[in-house]
Design a binder for this molecule. Structure first.
Ligand SMILES: C[S@@+](CC[C@H](N)C(=O)[O-])C[C@H]1O[C@@H](n2cnc3c(N)ncnc32)[C@H](O)[C@@H]1O
Length: 326
């Protein structure tokens, strides 16, 4: 099978930058809530683990003039956009292209931080760039990768058997009719008709009676994107290492857009805020676990109705925050 895009085509994809107007129209999600939970009296250094085009980082830098931000992203295009957006703050930021799973290497030089923000998922600028192939509403190559390494969505669909594909759609997209859609995608792959986002949308549409709704299309695209970028494993591995990155009293703020992501974060916060993890039937604690976090958000924080009206993409956002204990 030929690769979905040649290396040269792919390089082109990552060379695209957003227009200034597009960048300026970007609306970071739950900014005020993020600042409230992230910054404390002695915040000096913050890690923005998903800097995107710098919306949250800019708000952090404006809110506290003594703070420096290390902004990372696995997407080179996003970093170029962030650099343009944050030009005025050049002395207080460092931007690095890396997966947040590998941020330990960068932090060994930068030092521990007083706060970590992760605004997970895909950015609106990625979604709106047709050549990145993230959106069913923009025809483009079936890429969906956030960084150059790994398989494109087209490769994934070519290499995954229909039962595994159905499982991806069910698990990551909660797609009903997953088996039929997976079969339809596989048929298109076998006919060599699976090159573009439009091809994928057509395969979804022809799998079920009636016209595929935008909700169904976006669920399938989301599921494929999560699989292509290994998003849940990245979050799990990042959380496992998070305590080696932070100072005492640091804040951790995570915004997620998917119930499985939110579940990972909720379970991690719950587990790390307990002194004992032994089953209730065990009379004496043998686990030696002690709490390392205080959960600051008793309930998950959702965007206000006004924010959702201004920015419909905020509607699925869920924010959780915690404080690192001494
Ligand atoms: C929702 S956007 C962040 C938007 C940003 N907060 C802003 O205001 O501009 C998510 C960003 O996370 C990045 N991302 C997702 N997974 C990542 C990972 N494992 N490592 C680094 N960056 C990642 C994406 O490339 C994307 O730019």
């Amino acid at each position: 099978m030929p690769p979905a895009t040649s290396v040269t085509e792919r390089d082109e994809i990552y060379r695209v930058s957003c227009s200034w107007e597009h960048l300026m129209s970007h609306k970071p999600v739950m900014v005020q809530e993020t600042l409230t939970y992230l910054l404390h009296d002695n915040s000096q250094s913050i890690l923005d683990a998903t800097v995107g085009c710098g919306g949250h980082t800019m708000a952090i830098l404006k809110a506290d003039p003594s703070v420096r931000v290390l902004g990372i992203d696995r997407d080179a295009q996003a970093l170029r956009d962030a650099q343009r957006m944050l030009k005025a703050f050049a002395t207080r930021i460092r931007l690095v292209e890396t997966n947040f799973v590998d941020v330990g290497k960068v932090l060994s030089e930068w030092g521990r931080v007083d706060g970590i923000l992760a605004d997970l998922g895909v950015s609106s600028l990625q979604l709106d760039t047709s050549s990145r192939g993230f959106s069913y509403s923009k025809d483009g190559p079936l890429d969906m990768k956030m960084s150059p390494e790994g398989r494109t969505a087209r490769m994934l669909l070519q290499e995954t058997q229909h039962s595994d594909l159905a499982q991806i759609l069910r698990q990551y997209g909660e797609v009903s009719g997953a088996t039929r859609i997976a079969r339809s995608i596989r048929r298109a792959v076998e006919r060599n008709n699976m090159r573009t986002t439009r091809d994928l949308a057509i395969a979804i549409d022809s799998a079920l009676p009636g016209v595929a709704t935008p909700a169904l299309l976006s669920k399938v695209f989301q599921a494929v994107r999560i699989a292509v970028n290994d998003e849940l494993r990245n979050i799990t591995e990042f959380l496992e290492r998070v305590f080696t990155y932070v100072n005492q009293n640091a804040r951790i703020v995570i915004i997620s857009y998917h119930s499985l992501e939110d579940r990972l974060i909720k379970d991690f916060f719950r587990r790390e805020s307990k002194d004992c993890l032994c089953p209730t039937a065990v009379p004496v604690c043998t686990c030696d676990h002690s709490a390392r976090l205080e959960v600051l958000t008793r309930r998950v924080v959702k965007p206000s109705v006004e924010e959702i009206t201004r920015n419909t993409r905020a509607r699925s956002a869920r924010l959780r925050a915690a404080r690192v204990l001494g």
